[in-house]
Design a protein around this ligand. Structure first.
Ligand code: CAA
Length: 256
């Protein structure tokens, strides 16, 4: 069985790619092979305008594969390609939405937080439970968690290993939207279609500007934002968007 099920341009949804984690026996635990499959798939798409990554009703992903990790040495971890894979994931230019039902824990939660936004079913459960198995988050859990909700809450959840329900996750700013679990994919496609209908040039520059806000000072971030704003004026999409507005018609963006 393959680790992921891939559907480019899912059904009638032009330009939307779907990646579904497919390791049901281990609640979609993330081994290195699965991460390779995700990253290589994302890198292979050229005409995609938005991607949805999802799991099953029971689990988005229950984290790194504990069966694989249990006997690993520090050198095994150091020499594994996961670090490079996470970096490659962060270089993807088009928007990636995590559609989360069920458990979204540890490395699974880190995968969801590495996406650009999270839409959650109302039964979803989030958390960094590594403390329960004698280790610590290793793929952004302490960093992105803290940036999403601040120090005290991040400390609380990472030190206790307690899970966060969907309503709390929305209040904490971890997720953008909570919807009934049974309509998660439908609602996520509505959002993905809306994003896919916009200029891909603009969406990739927005993605870059927002993600870089975590890496830069305010003045550096404002500078990057201004440069990206100017850069859109080199695109046909900016002309198309503004002309369509003036001509009172729907824009048709080509992504250049
Ligand atoms: N890795 C490997 N296998 C896992 C797994 C994981 N992360 N999570 C669950 N499984 C397996 C279970 O071992 C079980 O397998 P068997 O049927 O062969 O026994 C199967 O999936 C179903 O799991 P449960 O029977 O435990 O299901 P449950 O509904 O009773 O509990 C759960 C669900 C609360 C999510 C529980 O499975 C659990 O606590 N999982 C581990 C969560 C965790 O600690 N994640 C962090 C991993 S470390 C990490 O991610 C490091 C990092 O930052 C990179």
């Amino acid at each position: 069985m393959s680790n992921i099920i891939v559907t480019p341009s899912y059904r009638d949804h032009r330009g939307i790619g779907l990646i579904q984690l497919n390791r049901p026996n281990v609640l979609n635990a993330l081994n290195t092979e699965t991460l390779v499959d995700i990253v290589e798939t994302l890198e292979s798409w050229s005409d995609i305008r938005a991607v949805i990554i999802t799991g099953s009703d029971k689990a988005f992903s229950a984290g790194a594969d504990i069966k694989k990790m249990a006997e690993a040495s520090a050198m095994d971890q150091l020499l594994d390609q996961r670090e490079k894979l996470w970096k490659r994931f962060s270089m993807i230019r088009y928007p990636i939405i995590a559609a989360v039902n069920g458990f979204c824990l540890g490395g699974g939660h880190e995968l969801a937080m590495s996406c650009d936004l999270i839409i959650a079913g109302d039964k979803a459960k989030f958390g960094q439970p590594e403390i329960n198995i004698g280790t610590v988050p290793g793929a952004g859990g302490t960093q992105r968690f803290t940036k999403a909700m601040g120090k005290s809450k991040a400390m609380y959840y990472a030190l206790t290993g307690e899970m966060i329900n969907a309503a709390e996750a929305r209040e904490l700013g971890l997720v953008a939207k909570v919807v009934p679990a049974s309509t998660l994919m439908q609602e996520t496609f509505v959002v993905a279609k809306r994003i896919a209908s916009k200029s891909p040039v603009a969406s990739s520059l927005i993605k870059e500007s927002i993600n870089q806000s975590f890496e830069m000072s305010l003045s550096q971030g404002l500078m990057l934002e201004r440069r990206n704003f100017y850069l859109t004026f080199a695109s046909d999409d900016q002309k198309e968007g503004m002309n369509a507005f003036l001509e009172k018609r729907t824009p048709d963006y080509k992504g250049n």
